[in-house]
Design a protein around this ligand. Structure first.
Ligand SMILES: Nc1ncnc2c1ncn2[C@@H]1O[C@H](COP(=O)(O)OP(=O)(O)OP(=O)(O)O)[C@@H](O)[C@H]1O
Ligand SMILES: [Mg+2]
Length: 366
């Protein structure tokens, strides 16, 4: 299938290099039964891609079952996934098929997988690996033929490091990983997406097609879209609903996007409002002094660190520090320097974050 046909069939809009590269890999992987893990911020299109993968597979005429692992209460998630036998627990008044069985022959999309409780993760891994599971309350095994797609907006490696996610399930899921870039990293898609949402909204609401001015487009391009494509869609729809004529100009959006922009633009600048020139000058001076103080503290840290290094190097003739002491010191130092960021500290130390966690515990550094 060509890239453009794939995009059109699945309602995927955009022409940026980032999107096209992603679509190309998706087309390549979709037809197989391989497990896919989709990463991406909220509203970036994880679900639209999961559906597209299913549609491009040989399972397209079988069901795609979506389970939002974060939305189903922990207590009933397992019976929702695996089904239950009549009488297996209070309230189980009937047999019930679970999502695994419903997806038989098709695809099971485990959305927000990071929210799945650890106990359920064990059972899901077993079901994925063995292609079989037991309904709750049943002693017999049920076989299924299911393709799995999982999605999350969390860093699963980090969830593994902090023991919120099982490593074995993570390894099983991440066979093929897709990262859907946030909209701010593929601004080349904004114009096409905006036109698409304008056309759809006008058609659905029988409105005359509004015109997006260049100025307005500029504002949309500048904004950083923390809610990604969903936010762009909602913003366009609100702007059209509130517009008095068929023009979508800068002012249609400034009031909708202003909050974030103002905060971003002005947070590092002095506030001059209702201040005398003397007050404003003084404030600038305070800020400059504050910045110098921060720099001095940083410089002091660097010098202290270098001194420590010199001492360690010079001492090696007279005194040899035990290896574990040195390791502990290095870890402490890295954590100090990165102000406690374990990810950055692990990178500095050239070890994995998981190893760092283990060592922090071992040396009781926290
Ligand atoms: N490339 C795209 N072209 C057209 N519409 C898109 C595109 N990507 C996302 N959308 C639309 O944006 C909205 C959000 O997409 P989707 O639900 O797939 O995101 P998500 O990553 O699953 O979000 P969440 O993390 O909140 O579940 C949907 O209305 C979807 O149709
Ligand atoms: Mg989603």
């Amino acid at each position: 299938m060509t890239r453009e046909v794939f995009k059109q069939k699945n309602g995927i809009i955009g022409k940026s290099q980032e999107l096209n590269d992603l679509v190309d890999v998706v087309i390549q992987v979709a037809p197989s039964d391989i497990t896919v893990l989709i990463y991406g911020e909220s509203g970036v299109g994880k679900e639209i891609f999961a559906r597209a993968i299913h549609n491009a597979s040989k399972r397209a005429d079988k069901p795609l079952i979506t389970v939002n692992c974060g939305a189903i209460p922990e207590g009933i998630l397992e019976s929702e996934l695996f089904g239950h036998k009549k009488g297996s627990f209070t309230g189980a008044i009937d047999h019930r098929k679970g999502y695994f069985e419903m997806a038989d022959g098709g695809t099971l999309f485990l959305d927000e997988i990071a929210e799945m409780p650890l106990t359920t993760q064990v059972k899901v891994l077993r079901a994925i690996e063995g292609k079989e599971f037991m309904r709750i309350g049943s002693e017999t095994v049920t076989n299924v033929d299911v393709r799995f797609i999982a999605a999350t907006n969390k860093d699963l490696q980090n969830e593994v490091d902090i023991k919120h996610f099982r490593e074995d399930l993570y390894f099983r899921l991440k066979v093929v990983t897709f990262n859907i870039p946030p909209l701010r990293k593929r601004k080349g898609d904004i114009e096409q997406l905006a036109d698409y949402f304008i056309q759809n909204y006008a058609k659905d609401n029988r409105k005359i097609l509004p015109v997006l001015t260049n100025e307005a487009l500029h504002i949309l391009m500048e904004y950083n879209w923390p809610g990604n494509i969903r936010e762009l869609k909602n913003t366009i729809e609100t702007a059209i609903a509130l517009s008095k004529d068929e023009m979508l100009g800068a002012d249609s959006f400034t009031s909708l996007l202003v909050k974030e922009k103002t905060y971003e633009d002005h947070r590092n600048l002095p506030v001059f409002l209702r201040k005398t020139p003397e007050e404003a000058d003084r404030e600038l001076l305070y800020r400059a002094l504050f910045e110098i103080k921060k720099d001095l503290i940083e410089l002091k840290d660097i010098i202290l660190h270098q001194q420590k290094e010199v001492i360690t190097n010079n001492n090696y003739d007279n005194e040899v520090l035990p290896l574990d002491e040195m390791e502990k010191g290095a870890i402490k130092n890295a954590l100090d320097q990165t102000r406690g960021s374990k990810r950055k500290a692990a990178r500095l130390l050239n070890i994995s974050e998981r190893t760092l966690y283990r060592k922090i515990k071992e040396y009781q550094l926290q």
